[in-house]
Design a protein around this ligand. Structure first.
Ligand SMILES: C[S@@+](CC[C@H](N)C(=O)[O-])C[C@H]1O[C@@H](n2cnc3c(N)ncnc32)[C@H](O)[C@@H]1O
Length: 218
């Protein structure tokens, strides 16, 4: 459903002021995409942002010169300037046998897995594999709900930007999905052929970067 009511408009303005136009946040984003989740060097390779919301990350990539950009989300709420530059798929990552008719070289999943109930993380892992071409790189970045700072950010964003969190979970569920579900989720990914080369879950975020080599029959 397109986001059009007044609350969403306010949410958009606030997000733009607090995130898009805030130099501290922009500096953090620059450092994040340099050191925590280094962006792929090949700017022509296909890339999908899963749970892209209004397309902030896609806009950031377009500004950096990436050209083959796609986004997937439950809601089609892309900013118009982003919508003009990317292919959008209105889908759920938990749809059984998700098939977009194409696969991608780079798959980003940022701050959306904690929206999924723990029981659907195995389907989500299978669908992530379906989005990846052989040799693809998967980039995951999520708040670490086991860390007080991670929880603070989760709830601050949940309250500040409700339009970005339509099906967000309450604290108990989100913590359970992500504290108890994360290890199982990683095992599901690895059984499907993901080989991690960057894993971090000691800080306020969880970060996981892996290369995909499909496993026959998985
Ligand atoms: C907190 S926002 C994250 C937005 C963006 N990735 C970022 O890091 O700023 C979470 C997004 O995930 C989307 N989402 C939640 N469940 C989803 C699902 N099952 N399939 C696809 N997108 C989903 C929501 O609609 C929302 O836009």
């Amino acid at each position: 459903m397109p986001i059009a009511n007044i609350d969403d408009k306010r949410c958009e303005e606030l997000y733009s002021a607090v995130v898009d136009r805030n130099p501290c946040v922009q500096l953090f984003q620059d450092l994040k995409y340099r050191f925590i989740l280094p962006l792929p060097r090949d700017r022509k390779a296909s890339l999908i942002d899963v749970g892209c919301a209004k397309g902030n990350f896609l806009r950031n990539l377009a500004r950096r010169g990436y050209t083959d950009l796609s986004g997937l989300d439950l809601d089609n709420a892309l900013y118009p300037d982003v919508a003009a530059r990317v292919t959008f798929y209105r889908e759920s990552l938990t749809t059984p046998e998700l098939d977009l008719g194409r696969r991608f070289r780079h798959v980003f999943v940022q701050c959306m897995l904690h929206h999924l109930p723990a029981a659907s993380l195995t389907d989500a892992a299978r669908n992530i594999a379906r989005l990846c071409e052989p040799g693809a790189t998967l980039f995951i970045y999520e708040p670490n709900m086991a860390s007080p700072v991670g929880r603070f950010f989760y709830f601050a964003f949940l309250r500040l930007f409700p339009a970005m969190h339509r099906n967000a979970m309450e604290e108990k569920d989100a913590q359970m999905a992500f504290c108890k579900g994360w290890e199982g989720f990683r095992r599901s990914l690895e059984a499907l052929g993901f080989r991690p080369h960057r894993v971090s879950d000691w800080s306020f975020y969880k970060c996981y970067v892996a290369t995909f080599t499909p496993v026959a029959g998985a």
